[in-house]
Design a protein around this ligand. Structure first.
Ligand code: NAD
Length: 462
């Protein structure tokens, strides 16, 4: 695959400071498809300087002009959508249809939403005798994961640009090619030099240098809770702003009045999509005692259908990690009703779509994020029991509630300690705030709430 051997800094592709490279591997066949440079602290420093240099002019650019650049960026993503989808499939392993519809379709919608918001947002408001100006926070260090490679980038860069911030992006090691295509799109869209910069590299090297750089005003991180905790500590010590989108262990609560077959089938699809590598996936299905056996049978049948359709997980380490969780589930007494730890194919990092029944709330597979195609089905006795189980993890990113009437589901959803809940299979909304309660994170992405993360207030009194 085509890859740049440099970094995109100050509007051009520049040679990397060091000579180390990262091999990009196709997880479906384990072949190396490209090499990208492994950035160092020197590359990060050059990128931050470029972003700082570009900040005053970009921050002063009228919102309508910033909106025009984001619209142009959205249009380039649309024009190059097939190439981007093929690249996501090559480096992430997701089936091409999923790459087209979700991995490219969702970020195009998000970019479009920020083009509109930049043009319509009130960057100034009156409060009594004060005028409050909403000003850009400054230089953003954006660090993104591989699971939705383009979406994670657009969900940070689009609102940052809309706000008038400049950006240095450090994308995940596994999916740098999508990030390079995004940088090309930014360039083609006519975004001024230095406003967006890309440094590929390893998390503990380039990522850490970016998070700790004194020229960065806000670190926006999406990834694991373990790394997020470190980044939060670094940012706290430097008294700089931080936004953390972290892990999840979301509950799919099926109340007895729900359409059971629909709730189970949609729930299984939600977990198996993207091979379970979705932070908001509903990996714990909660079913009333009276419907438990029927739900387990339906879920096992639904999961079996995913056998041939599911893509690999992202890399060998992730495959091993997911398989160890499956072994742990068996060892702790959960009952396998679909899939299992054996690799379903000789080549590629595939994991069988797996469903566990008889999972109890304290089991490891019911508490820890697995990030693979593994569903746990738990039993509850009544609503208060369901609520206790649903809220009984350190996470609180997303969830789902199903009931005969939406009002019943809403009443339950209001008691969940989580940032987003789908009611009876509600659809993705690119304008709705997304982010976590508890250890799932700090801050929100998407829509106007996502935009406000990149703004700070200045009040003038009259
Ligand atoms: P990760 O934390 O290992 O890596 C995420 C990013 O951080 C990568 O770019 C990586 O290079 C970088 N990084 C790693 N160590 C670093 C360090 N010491 N300093 C600075 N940067 C560092 O996570 P991952 O394995 O790529 O992604 C999976 C995790 O992301 C899961 O836990 C998942 O739940 C979470 N996630 C959360 C959301 C959300 O919106 N809440 C979305 C997607 C993924």
């Amino acid at each position: 695959m085509k890859a740049h051997d440099g970094m995109y800094i100050d509007g051009e592709w520049r040679p990397a400071a060091g000579t180390d490279a990262i091999a990009v591997v196709n997880p479906a066949d384990e072949q190396v498809i490209a090499q990208v440079p492994a950035g160092t602290a020197d590359d990060v420093d050059a990128a931050v300087r470029a972003a700082r240099g570009a900040l005053p002019a970009w921050a002063a650019t009228p919102p309508a002009e910033r909106a025009a650049r984001i619209t142009a960026l959205r249009d380039v993503l649309v024009a190059r959508k097939d190439e981007i989808a093929e690249t996501v499939t090559a480096e992430l392993g997701s089936p091409l249809k999923l790459s087209q519809a979700v991995h490219v379709g969702a970020p195009i919608a998000v970019a479009g939403s920020y083009a509109e918001l930049a043009a319509s947002y009130a960057f100034e408001e009156k409060v009594g005798n004060s005028t409050v100006h909403l000003e850009p926070v400054g230089v953003v260090g954006a660090i993104t994961p591989w699971n939705y490679p383009l979406h994670q980038i657009v969900a940070k860069v689009a609102p940052a640009l809309a706000a008038g911030c400049t950006v240095v992006l450090k994308p995940a090691e596994d999916t740098p090619l999508t990030a390079q295509l995004f940088a090309e799109a930014v360039h083609e869209a006519g975004v001024p030099a230095g406003v967006f910069n890309l440094v590929t590299g390893l998390g503990p090297v380039a990522g850490q240098a970016l998070a700790g750089h004194e020229g960065v005003d806000l670190v926006s991180f999406t990834g694991s809770t373990a790394v997020g905790r470190q980044i939060g500590a670094t940012a706290g010590a430097a008294v700089k702003r931080v936004a953390l989108e972290l892990g999840g262990k979301s509950a799919n609560v099926i109340l007895p009045s729900a359409d059971l077959a629909k709730a189970v089938n949609v729930g299984v699809a939600n977990v198996m999509s993207n091979s379970g590598q979705t932070c908001s996936a509903w990996t714990r299905m909660l079913v009333h005692d009276s419907q438990y056996d029927e739900a387990v049978a339906l879920a096992a049948e639904a999961a079996a259908k995913y056998g041939e359709r599911i893509g690999p997980v992202v890399n060998a380490k992730q495959q091993q990690r997911v398989r160890s969780y499956i072994e742990k589930g068996v060892a702790e007494g959960a009952r396998l009703v679909a899939g299992g730890p054996e690799a379903p194919r000789d080549q590629g990092y595939f994991v069988s779509p797996t469903v566990f029944a008889d999972v109890t709330p304290e089991m490891t597979i019911a508490q820890e994020e697995i990030f693979g195609p593994v569903l746990s089905i738990l039993r509850y006795e009544d609503e208060s029991d369901a609520l206790r189980i649903a809220n009984g993890t350190v996470y609180g990113l997303a969830g789902a509630v199903w009931a005969g009437e939406a009002t019943e589901a809403v009443a339950f959803a209001r008691r969940l300690d989580t940032g987003q809940v789908d009611i009876n299979g509600g659809r993705f909304n690119p304008l709705a705030p997304f982010g976590g309660y508890k250890q799932s994170g700090v801050g929100r992405e998407l829509g106007s709430h996502g935009l406000s993360e990149y703004l700070q207030t200045k009040s003038l009194q009259f």
